[in-house]
Ligand binder design. Structure first.
Ligand SMILES: NC(=O)C1=CN([C@@H]2O[C@H](COP(=O)(O)OP(=O)(O)OC[C@H]3O[C@@H](n4cnc5c(N)ncnc54)[C@H](O)[C@@H]3O)[C@@H](O)[C@H]2O)C=CC1
Ligand SMILES: O=C(O)C(=O)COP(=O)(O)O
Length: 523
């Protein structure tokens, strides 16, 4: 298999990749060049310098994984990758300390005019009074986005004796209290803070979260830092605030377009800037490269990814418990879809007992995949199953209850189209999945091989002729179960057979007096 590394990656990461695959390092490719090259590759490893656009994804015929050696995936069209079934992984932790330290470095440099004073001195000037600074001690720092990096910045700023205000709608008051941080709105923060730093991803909600309106509310001695993503602070509004001395300064590491030579910020005198260096330390680069290389090795060898952006990822210990249920859900829902044999409107996955308390998202995805595979074959995988179901207007419902009857955990898959439905329920015993109900009728079987599911009336001389028919055609029955029903009632027989059953024989079976329907499914 072949891996393309299209941005600089540390030696340690490259070595891991080279131990398993053919690796090409080609940096600085244009979109056209990438589109031309990508069809040969099974994996693409990037940093922020490569734009993985829809056009690139569409050309990527063999690509299974995009590995981002860093945090931000705003340079990847994740939606396009998801639709095509390509896993996108990042390295969420490897560079957080470096990014936090860079933020602190930028804040201190801003406070003491380090960059401007350095430039002045090197042009042979001795301008001591021009570069009067401020202390950060006792000042207020506003943190917008209190995730991994935001929290590390807050911790370090507390060490510098700063008061921390923060805005992050996804952080609980309890967590904020634990961190000694006061949560408030962006509007309140910008009014009160001496320093403001942003640490969110770039999304619809965070784009321009600091705009002209917010600059208008800031103190005249406020200073702002962006070591997250260009566009979180509106560049025009910032340039205007700096040029009119509305605020005292800004330190910017990231830009809307990189390199930012056409940015209105470039000529602002009270702006200091670095060329996207937040993650550029020896330590961070080793961490992220090794982490992404290991993910690529795992995924290309058929394993799972720990830090996938576009598939539900759960903790390894939970995954061990879920693994047999994932397999069972996929198998049962595939069989269930075969029983219905047409397009589907709804799939409901019910979890009962202990399993209901777990994070069952991967099991649900597996069930959706199993169902869609009947119609779409290998075009569906764990990554695109959800988006394919959505685009085909199949409703996916999860229901959970802690109560069970016989087993400590059971799952049931029910697929519906109009008035028709099919359902299969199962459980895991000794680490192996087994089917316990088909269309509500009790069975007890390991889901492997071929099985005929025949709906029939519970009366004499129905099962016999079916078995004779199979025997006459040299089809061996390896197992048989018949649901319970009152005499004259409707039930099912499940016949495990050792070979595929041709449609003509199934047709003959459907013609047996008392048989309502007979379908072959392959587990
Ligand atoms: N300059 C550089 O070289 C580097 C930049 N980064 C960037 O730093 C940023 C933060 O990274 P991490 O802390 O690792 O991410 P994270 O995912 O741990 O934290 C992001 C935080 O933003 C919050 N958030 C999301 N939407 C929000 C909204 N509308 N308003 C306020 N908060 C919101 C989330 O709840 C989360 O707590 C990312 O944009 C990442 O790409 C990361 C590493 C290096
Ligand atoms: O991890 C991130 O989000 C970064 O911005 C780091 O970018 P880089 O890998 O240095 O191009």
């Amino acid at each position: 298999m072949k891996v393309l590394v299209s941005d600089p990656l540390s030696e340690q990461g490259l070595t891991i990749l080279q131990q398993h695959f053919t690796v090409d390092v080609l940096t600085g490719l244009s979109e056209e060049e990438l589109v031309e090259k990508i069809p040969e590759y099974d994996a693409l490893v990037i940093r922020s310098g490569t734009q993985v656009t829809r056009k690139v994804i569409e050309a990527a015929d063999k690509l299974k994984i995009v590995g981002r050696a860093g945090v931000g995936v705003d340079n990847v069209d994740v939606e396009a990758a998801t639709e095509k079934g390509i896993i996108v992984v990042n390295a969420p932790e490897g560079n957080m300390l470096s990014a936090a330290e860079h933020t602190i470095a930028m804040m201190m440099a801003l406070a003491r005019n380090v960059a401007q004073a350095n430039e002045s001195l090197k042009s042979k000037k001795w301008e001591r009074s021009k570069f009067m600074g401020v202390e950060v001690n006792g000042k207020t720092l506003g943190v917008i986005g209190l995730g991994r990096i935001g929290a590390e910045v807050a911790k370090r700023a507390q060490g510098l004796n700063m008061n921390i205000l923060a805005y992050d709608p996804f952080v609980s008051d309890e967590r904020a209290k634990e961190m000694g941080v006061t949560m408030m709105s962006v509007q309140e923060i910008v009014k009160l803070a001496d320093f403001i730093t942003v640490h969110t991803p770039l999304t619809k909600e965070t784009r321009n979260i600091i705009d002209a309106e917010e600059f208008a509310l800031m103190k005249s001695n406020a200073r702002i830092i962006n070591c997250a993503r260009g566009g979180i602070i509106n560049e025009e509004a910032l340039a205007d605030a700096l040029n009119t001395n509305k605020i005292a300064g800004a330190a910017i590491d990231v830009f809307v377009n990189e390199p930012p030579f056409d940015s209105p910020l470039i000529d602002c005198k009270t702006l200091i800037a670095t060329p996207h260096l937040g993650a550029s330390t020896e330590e961070a680069q080793i961490n992220v490269a090794v982490s992404v290389a290991e993910e690529v090795v795992s995924v290309l060898n058929g394993g799972t990814a720990k830090s996938a952006i576009n598939i539900p990822s759960v903790k390894p210990e939970v995954m061990t418990m879920l693994a047999p249920y994932i397999q069972l859900a996929e198998t049962m829902s595939n069989a269930c879809a075969q029983l219905l044999g047409k397009n589907y409107e709804k799939i409901e996955i019910s979890y009962n007992g202990d399993i209901a308390e777990k994070d069952t998202r991967p099991v649900t995805v597996a069930a959706v995949k199993g169902m869609l595979q009947v119609a779409l074959g290998s075009a569906v995988n764990y990554v695109n199953a959800g988006s394919l179901a959505k685009s085909r207007k199949v409703e996916v419902v999860e229901s959970k209850s802690e109560t069970t009857e016989e087993f400590s955990s059971t799952i049931k898959v029910e697929i519906t189209i109009g008035d028709e439905k099919a359902s299969i329920a199962g459980t895991v015993v000794g680490g192996k999945g087994k089917v316990i109900k088909i269309n509500g009728e009790h069975v007890d079987m390991i889901p492997t091989g071929y099985m005929i599911v025949a709906k029939h009336i519970n009366k004499p001389n129905v099962i016999g002729p079916c078995c004779i028919l199979l025997g006459k055609n040299n089809i061996n029955i390896s197992g048989m179960q018949v649901g319970r029903a009152e005499i004259g009632g409707t039930t099912i027989m499940a016949l495990n057979v050792d070979s595929e059953v041709p449609e003509e024989i199934l047709k003959e079976m459907r013609a047996v007096e008392g048989i309502i329907d007979a379908k072959l499914i392959k587990f």
